[in-house]
Design a protein around this ligand. Structure first.
Ligand code: CLR
Length: 383
């Protein structure tokens, strides 16, 4: 029955939320949703999902040649998907609505050194409307760094929410064998949020995304849900091809479990069911006011304990404060300055790498948020 997974007293609220989805225009983040579907986690924490296999990330630079490194990039990428897209279902029973970050919100974390070097994460909310999150992940010792930004355009089909991700990421690799530095442009897949009418949303990936290397190699990943390739949800097929478009290697399987090289009976490529390493974050009591878990501490507590009045009150306080800041800026004729990232209108890596793709990307330009190296050691916004 529709609404079967919705708590009795929130059924009406869920029905009107679904109705309001029909008139939504692209940005779902600021819509009011019933409490049972709220997550206590802000979207600024999500970039950490890129690195819950810090070993895969570090090992990219140890590949012996460009093909082996591309295969390792693909392995790391596929290995991030279950964290990115199924974690909330595993931990909270269904996909949830994350907290909508404020402009300037920060999130820092590390994956401690266990012989492969420390990996650091820096995240900043660089736009509130529309929401855009910029991130930087680096393992200096391993010679790998990822820089990207992410936004979403949402639309409602009547039963599912389609999410088109905007933004891209660029991975830079300094090969351990001394070969030339490589760049990899990563485009982002589309999402479909299913299970809405039941009140138990979950994500299925659709269409395709690509990884384009400066060496000329391309990986294209195709996603299908139940009933297409394998009859299983969360299926994918990937192909690595060379600069002339000739396929070099195929992979297939599910991104929530096992995938194989060549075909479904080939050697094991990846098993994503193993343990993931969550990011390590400073205790809230040591965080500054702009750091996500500190900023939202009372809202998160309210959501976790079912005290929605408390959650709502503090959310209002935060939002009012933001509105006041914007007003003050307008009055003083100033604009908010990003702490860790500078905005560039056209990302030269994107322009160069996207032109190497066989299915060229449109538009050929995209903006980007570039890390300010001098701020890498700044933790917390002063004042
Ligand atoms: C953000 C970037 C991450 C991958 C990712 C995973 C889940 C996505 C999220 C992104 C964006 C916001 C998102 C979320 C799932 C649900 C949520 C689309 C793309 C929307 C805003 C909330 C929908 C509300 C329903 C659950 C009712 O790398």
């Amino acid at each position: 029955m529709p609404g079967a997974d919705v708590p009795q007293e929130q059924k009406a609220g869920w029905a009107s939320f679904i109705k309001s989805l029909a008139s939504m225009t692209g940005d779902l983040s600021s819509m009011t949703a019933p409490p049972f579907i709220l997550s206590p986690t802000s979207l600024t924490e999500f970039p950490a999902y890129w690195c819950e296999h810090p070993d895969h990330f570090a090992e990219i630079s140890e590949g012996k040649d460009d093909k082996e490194r591309m295969e390792r990039v693909l392995k790391w990428f596929i290995g991030t998907l279950s964290a990115q897209y199924t974690t909330r279902n595993e931990k909270m029973g269904s996909e949830k609505k994350p907290l909508n970050p404020v402009l300037g919100e920060l999130f820092y974390g590390i994956w401690p050194d266990s012989g492969r070097g420390e990996t650091r994460l820096i995240v900043e909310q660089v736009s509130h409307h529309p929401p855009i999150t910029a991130y930087y992940i680096e393992n200096k010792q391993a010679g790998v760094r990822l820089q990207g930004h992410s936004g979403q355009k949402t639309s409602f089909t009547g039963t599912a929410i389609n999410v088109k991700q905007s933004g891209h990421a660029v991975l830079t690799v300094q090969p351990k064998n001394g070969q030339k530095e490589e760049k990899y442009l990563i485009t982002l897949p589309k999402l479909r949020i299913e299970g809405i009418v039941w009140g138990s949303p979950y994500i299925e990936l659709t269409d395709t995304n690509a990884i384009q290397s400066s060496t000329g190699l391309t990986a294209q990943i195709d996603y299908k849900g139940k009933g297409y390739f394998t009859g299983k949800s969360h299926s994918f097929k990937a192909v690595i091809s060379n600069a002339s478009g000739k396929s070099v290697q195929n992979y297939e399987g599910v991104w929530t479990g096992k995938s194989h090289i060549g075909g479904s009976k080939g050697p094991l490529f990846l098993d994503t069911t193993g343990p993931k390493e969550e990011v390590t974050v400073r205790d809230v009591t040591e965080q500054t006011e702009w750091e996500s878990r500190k900023l939202w501490v009372n809202v998160a507590k309210g959501i976790r304990t079912g005290n929605y009045d408390e959650a709502g009150k503090d959310k209002n306080r935060i939002e009012n404060e933001q509105r006041q800041r914007r007003k003050d800026e307008t009055a003083a004729n100033t604009t908010w300055e990003h702490l860790h990232f500078s905005h560039v209108d056209s990302d030269s890596d994107y322009q160069f790498l996207s032109a190497l793709l066989h299915d060229k990307l449109t538009p050929p330009h995209e903006d980007a948020y570039v890390i300010k190296p001098e701020t890498l050691n700044v933790v917390g916004r002063p004042n």
